[in-house]
Design a protein around this ligand. Structure first.
Ligand SMILES: [Zn+2]
Ligand SMILES: [Zn+2]
Length: 238
């Protein structure tokens, strides 16, 4: 049956871009979500309730609010709601503070680790709901991965060109893939990372003193960033 869902069509378009398509798809969903929240923030009671429950967005998504052109007053309304809710809830949070201790910072990434591992920030207490934009993003990630697997044959060639999946999304995909899909994903990932390693080697070799002045190819020039993207996922940098 032909897949006509919006997510499939977005994935078809986004897989033509450089980098992990599931990162692109899920971040696009979170950005659209934040944009909607900004437009509705001053009038929508549900938004207010949402921000009271989560005490605002995580560090990444809060900062993303500031990246929407001309929307700083709306971001201020969102942050005001979150701050006032935090002030109101302070006594309750202090009373509940026990084990696990509330973390000082909200980190993107704790979502996959409900129990903090050694050296990581402990998760927030249960009474603070997760960042709603993260929830939206995680939702779209699993939708994107399912679509990718369902259309793996169609997506193999563009995925090879895009540079494969990032490591977190690769692991998420193989965890729900059948045997054939696993083998196909493994082949794609091994192939694109072998090329990436060659690009890194070229960059390092040509940067060495005795090769100085030798032209460096574009893939080699971008290899360090591509490696970080590949191992950690695509994070917008501002
Ligand atoms: Zn990714
Ligand atoms: Zn978030």
């Amino acid at each position: 049956m032909k897949d006509t869902t919006a997510a499939y069509q977005r994935l078809q378009a986004l897989i033509l871009e450089e980098g992990c398509p599931v990162c692109h798809l899920s971040q696009e969903a979170a950005t659209t979500y934040l944009d909607t929240i900004l437009w509705e923030s001053s009038t929508d009671l549900n938004v207010h309730e949402l921000l009271t429950a989560s005490l605002g967005f995580c560090g990444r998504h809060s900062r993303e609010l500031l990246a929407f052109g001309g929307q700083r007053p709306a971001a201020a309304v969102v942050e005001r709601s979150s701050l006032l809710a935090a002030i109101r809830r302070l006594p309750e949070l202090v009373a509940d503070a026990g084990s696990p201790p509330p973390s000082q910072f909200r980190l993107w990434g704790v979502r996959h680790q409900p129990q903090a591992r050694k050296g990581e920030q402990p998760p927030l207490p249960d009474s603070i709901k997760p960042c709603p934009a993260c929830v939206r993003q995680i939702d779209e990630e699993s939708r994107g991965i399912k679509i990718l697997l369902a259309h793996l044959e169609e997506f193999t060639s563009p995925l090879l060109t895009a540079g494969g999946l990032c490591l977190p999304h690769f692991l998420q995909a193989v965890s729900i893939a059948n045997h054939t899909e696993r083998e196909a994903l493994l082949n794609i990932q091994q192939s694109v990372w072998a090329t990436l390693a060659e690009n890194l080697d070229e960059f390092i070799r040509k940067q060495m003193h005795h090769h100085h002045g030798e032209p460096i190819s574009e893939p080699a020039r971008q290899a360090v960033e591509r490696t970080i993207d590949g191992l950690t996922g695509l994070y917008p940098v501002r």
